[in-house]
Design a protein around this ligand. Structure first.
Ligand code: ADP
Ligand code: MG
Length: 267
């Protein structure tokens, strides 16, 4: 479906100054979309607008043509799950943390988790390779382990749309690729629509089918990795000299950074 998730003329921000403005994009059902852009360009702020942690100043956010501001908290959480950069690592076990993802699915006055809730929690903990840490307290886990557990929790919400804010930022390359392969598999096999903030341009280019590039609080450009990841756009947005080539196996663009010394030696 076209326009499955649509952000129209959206603006939100902080009382102290920064705001995002005129944000416009839409993604198809089943896509794996990425948001790229330099630090401070407003990527996480946009997600706070989607979760309504920040109030919209203007514009709207539509999921399946329904304005999310008209959805109840539970309805929203059944449709959209978010994995944020900072995890509130309370003194609860990883298993309890993941099981909390089922809260939006609970019926009124039904305080206990069902067998199904437990089965779902186990399934996604196994899938994210976190089942073995189920009895550890969240604050005993490393940043990378917490990221994996919080992905498991988001999946137990069984959302239609999964938002991820830099899910690989604490991970080494083995775990980066493992997590992105997992998200790709969920996208392929469950048809889960993914919108992920990712600052690594090469990973964005390799995994995402659509990219939104942010600059100074608005989208600078958007399109497929082949349309977006080129030296003109990157130099304009990041103010950094780069070379781009094509990955010989996947045919996706790859970005190379060049040191000042190398640039000087070419003069
Ligand atoms: P990104 O995720 O693209 O790196 P953010 O959306 O987190 O950027 O931040 C954009 C701008 O908003 C930054 O200049 C940042 O300092 C500011 N900002 C972020 N969080 C807050 C906050 N809670 N209060 C005020 N300003 C904030
Ligand atoms: Mg951010």
């Amino acid at each position: 479906m076209k326009n499955f998730f649509k952000i129209e003329n959206f603006s939100c921000g902080y009382r102290t100054g920064f705001k995002i403005e005129n944000v416009n994009f839409s993604i198809h059902k089943g896509s794996f979309a990425g948001i790229i852009g330099p630090n401070g360009s407003g990527k996480s702020t946009l997600f706070k607008g989607v979760t309504q942690e920040l109030k919209a100043h203007k514009g709207s956010i539509l999921l399946n043509n329904i304005n999310i501001s008209n959805m109840s908290y539970k309805e929203k959480a059944r449709n959209i799950a978010i994995v944020t950069q900072k995890i509130n690592a309370e003194a609860i076990t990883a298993y309890e943390y993941v099981l909390m993802g089922r809260i939006p699915h609970k019926k009124h006055l039904n305080f206990f988790e069902s067998k199904y809730d437990h089965a779902i929690a186990q399934k996604y903990m196994e899938m994210t390779d976190t089942w073995r840490m189920r009895n550890k307290y969240m604050n005993e886990l490393s940043g990378g382990e917490q990221q994996l557990v919080s992905i498991a929790r988001a999946l137990t919400q069984e959302p239609q749309l999964l938002l991820l804010d830099e899910p690989t930022s604490y991970l080494d390359i083995t775990h980066q690729v493992q997590v992105l392969n997992l998200i790709q598999k969920l996208n392929d096999e469950l048809g889960l629509t993914v919108l992920m903030i990712i600052h690594d341009l090469n990973l964005a280019s390799e995994y995402c089918d659509y990219l939104i590039m942010m600059k100074n609080g608005t989208q600078y450009t958007q399109g497929t990795p082949n349309e977006i990841v080129n030296y003109e756009n990157i130099e304009a947005v990041y103010d950094t000299v780069v070379i781009t080539k094509t990955n010989p196996l996947s045919n996706n663009p790859v970005v190379f950074l060049v040191s000042q010394k190398t640039l000087d030696s070419l003069k």
